[in-house]
Every structure is written in structure tokens, then in C-alpha cells.
Write a protein that binds this ligand. Structure first.
Ligand code: SF4
Length: 446
């Protein structure tokens, strides 16, 4: 680790300020161009710790953390890249904006019905920044936590960062959440997410969390964060790190389970001394730390990396929790991999770790209907199929139900799958209706 004092001071860079650093000179002209063009569409933000410690500059552009941090040419479709580059060269601000907005819309900014189906109301009022998809868990997006210590190029929450208010959801304070939870005692868990809630200072975070501690029905508070990887100093050397750990202790003392849902994508993130200290500090408060991340092409497709990550996590006292499938949003054509490959990676990694690391589940797709686990690839009644199972579902009756999809070597997301055994729909879907153009024919022959 070089220049510890630099790393202790959080120093972010965006696509403009990165040019004033020595790192910019390490990029070839082609990488600089790609970064300039693609960052207009997908936001760029990183920090000194990621740049100086996590990225291996002798291995760019293939270094996984470099791929995860810096925008790449192939993240846009070829015609999108070419036309945007041309407009930037022409310096046509209006046309650039129009082109960027068209690309955003093509990228499916809110997958799995996030904006349309998971919102909540109270006394007829829509509550901003709260989503209630599964009976026992509510997601909360504090307004002050809608950014991150660095942005991941594959992020499914990218719409939170692009500055378009109508594409965002966030809440200014937690009073509405408390009112909502008072009339929904079935909710036992709140997941505070973002962006990254740990970007907030401790005072702001406490302002959101403390009102929740009075709710007897609420059993668990989860905080989704990548700070454990991108800025572990948050728990160790930040000015208010001691107050943060004290807040964690207060949550535990109030009788709540506090789970830090740590987003670890690669073992290099947890191998750093400061990252290990962060795990130790979090655990010392009585909170638990779980590890989760999507499996991403170009970043973590090597089963040995997953096995190393989970094994090191277990050694330090973190719990391997989920391997997700990359969602169908953002530059997914670049990062997504066939479901069959994701399963192969999971299986190969799982086979090599001890039982203590087999708390991990995956590969799991967070679909419109629920969390669908790819539980195997088998031949059943002469047909090659994906064996699927709901781990979580909009309808609790579906949980742990197994169902089957026709094997498809190209499928990268749930929507690509079709029911096996000649069925017309999966058990939880309505029967498909006849296509409109067929209706007159059917009527004529009736
Ligand atoms: S840390 Fe999480 S929310 Fe932030 S950019 Fe990465 S994946 Fe997205």
C-alpha cells in the first residue's frame, strides 16, 4: 500500500478530475477515448484507495478492478459509441443530450418492476424511497445515501447516479418509513440501500436508523454496502468511525439484528490489511457481515476467485451469502454471461470450499416474480432443463417451489427462459393470450 495518509483521506475522482492524476497517463489513447465517450452515459467515480491499492496497473485493461471501475468502449453498442463520439467531436450539446437519453432508455433503467410494482402508499400518498416487494422485507433508499465511494461499471442501480430526477427513488427522512412499518407489522426486516448508505456520515445515518429502533415488530436492519471493499477506512480510520461502530452497538443493544450486506466482487478486495481490519471492527460490534455480489463477465468469472473470496471471508468471520446473476439493465450485453456458465462457475467454486462457506446461494436472479435460484442443469424425462427454485417471491406460496425451464445455452436472464415439457407458461404466470392478429382468424373459424 503506498502513501497511507493519502488513502486515509477519502479522495474521489470523476471523469474530469481523473485527468489531473498520474493514473490518466497510464491509460492508452484508446482507453482515454473510451473513458471520455462512455462516461457521458455511465457515470464514473472512483477514489485514491481503489486506484492506488486495488488496481494492478501492470494488468490493465484486464485487471478486474480496472474493468469494474473504468468505462469501456464495448459497454455501448457499436453504433451508439460511434454516433456519440461524433457528436462529442462536433460539440453539439443538444444532440449529445438527446443521444444519451435514448441510450439510457434502451438500457432498461428500472429492471424487475422496481419503479412500477414495488412502490408503496400510505393513506393514499405515494412514499418515495420505499419499496415493498417481499412480505417481510422493505427496502429503504435514504436520500443522503444515493452515491457510492466508487461506481461499478455494471451497477444495476446506475439510474440513481445519472442526475435524472424522474429515474431516481429516494427518501428525505425515515418518518414515513416508520409510519408505514407501524401499520405493516408483517415487516420484520428493513434493508437500507442506495447507492451506498455508508457514504453518509454517522450523524446522518443515525438520523435514519434510530427511529426504527422503537418498532417492536422490526427484527433486523440490513445495510447494503460496498464500502467494505471500496473504502474500508469507513470502519477504521474515518473521523467518525468510532461513532459509527458505536451506532452499530446501539442497534444491537436495542435487540435488533444488524447485518452488513458487504458487496465483495473479488478476493483482492478483502486481502488488504485495512479491509481485514474493517471486518474485525464490524464484527466487534455484534453485527454480522455477509458477502454477496453478482457474477460478471470480465470481472469475476474464475471459480478459484470465488472460492478464495468465500474462504477468506469465513476465516475472518464473514458469511458467504449470495452469488447473483447480472441483471438485465445497463451495459448488460457486455457484462452478462449465459446462465449455464454462471451455474458452472458457482458449482466449480462451491465444490472446492469447506462446508462453512457453503452458506452461499446462487446463482440467483432477482426477477420481477422473486429471487430465482438456478439449482441445476439436468435431463428430466428426456429433456435437458434448468432446475429452478424460488428463494423469495412476491407470493410467499411460491417460495421453495421447484420448476423447470427448457435448457438454453444462450439465455442470460430469466426472461430468455421458456417452460420445459411443452408447458405454455410457468406455474406462477397467467396463460399466454392469443396474439391480437390471430383473433379475427379464430373468430372466422368459430
Ligand atoms: S457500490 Fe453498489 S450501488 Fe454503488 S455502483 Fe457499485 S454496485 Fe452500484
Amino acid at each position: 500500500m503506498q502513501g497511507l495518509s493519502e488513502q486515509e483521506r477519502y479522495k474521489p475522482y470523476n471523469s474530469r478530475t481523473i485527468r489531473d492524476t498520474p493514473y490518466w497517463q497510464k491509460l492508452t489513447p484508446a482507453l482515454q477515448e473510451a473513458m471520455t465517450v462512455v462516461a457521458r452515459v455511465m457515470p464514473f467515480r472512483t477514489n485514491e484507495y481503489v486506484l492506488s491499492t486495488l488496481i494492478d496497473w501492470n494488468n490493465i485493461p484486464d485487471d478486474p478492478i480496472f474493468r469494474m471501475t473504468f468505462p469501456h468502449k464495448d459497454m455501448l453498442l457499436p453504433d451508439e459509441y460511434a454516433s456519440l463520439k461524433q457528436l462529442i467531436e462536433q460539440d453539439d450539446a443538444v444532440a449529445i443530450k438527446r443521444r444519451i437519453e435514448a441510450i439510457w432508455l434502451r438500457m432498461n433503467p428500472h429492471p424487475a418492476g422496481q419503479l412500477t410494482h414495488n412502490g408503496v402508499t400510505l393513506d393514499g400518498k405515494v412514499l418515495s424511497g420505499i419499496q415493498h416487494k417481499y412480505r417481510e422485507t422493505v427496502l429503504f433508499f435514504p436520500g443522503a445515501g444515493q452515491t457510492c465511494h466508487a461506481y461499478c461499471t455494471f451497477c444495476f442501480r446506475w439510474a440513481q447516479f445519472i442526475g435524472e430526477e424522474e429515474l431516481k427513488f429516494n427518501a428525505r427522512e425515515s418518518q414515513e418509513l416508520v409510519s408505514y412499518l407501524r401499520v405493516h407489522p408483517e415487516v420484520t426486516d428493513v434493508l437500507i440501500t442506495g447507492g451506498d448508505p455508508m457514504i453518509m456520515n454517522t450523524r446522518s445515518l443515525a438520523g435514519y436508523i434510530e427511529p426504527l429502533l422503537q418498532l417492536p415488530a422490526l427484527k433486523s436492519i440490513r445495510i447494503g454496502t460496498k464500502s467494505v471493499a471500496y473504502w474500508p477506512q469507513r470502519f477504521v480510520s474515518d473521523k467518525d468511525a468510532p461513532e459509527l461502530l458505536e451506532l452499530f452497538r446501539r442497534i444491537v443493544a436495542a435487540g435488533k439484528n444488524l447485518s452488513i450486506m458487504g458487496h465483495y466482487s473479488h478476493p483482492v478486495e478483502i486481502r488488504q490489511e485495512i479491509a481485514r481490519q474493517a471486518v474485525e471492527r464490524i464484527r466487534s460490534t455484534g453485527a454480522t457481515l455477509r458477502m454477496q455480489a453478482p457474477v460478471i463477465r470480465h470481472i469475476n468469472e474464475n471459480p478459484a476467485d470465488w472460492a478464495a473470496l468465500w474462504t477468506e471471508g469465513v476465516r475472518l468471520g464473514a458469511v458467504p451469502y449470495y452469488m447473483f446473476v447480472e441483471r438485465d439493465t445497463g451495459p448488460s450485453h457486455y457484462f452478462a454471461m449465459p446462465l449455464a456458465r454462471a451455474f458452472e462457475i458457482f458449482q466449480a467454486a462451491y465444490r472446492t470450499v469447506s462446508g462453512l462457506a457453503r452458506t452461499v446461494r446462487g446463482p440467483s436472479m432477482s426477477t420481477f416474480y422473486g429471487k430465482v435460484l438456478i439449482n441445476g442443469i439436468e435431463t428430466v424425462a428426456g429433456e435437458k432443463v434448468f432446475v429452478l427454485q424460488f428463494l423469495q417471491a412476491r407470493n410467499p406460496q411460491w417460495v421453495l417451489r421447484t420448476f423447470y425451464a427448457r435448457f438454453d445455452a444462450q439465455a442470460t436472464w430469466f426472461d430468455d427462459l421458456r417452460p420445459a415439457f411443452g408447458e405454455r407458461s410457468f406455474f406462477f404466470q397467467p396463460e399466454p393470450v392469443a396474439a391480437p392478429e390471430l383473433i379475427p382468424v379464430l373468430l372466422e373459424t368459430a
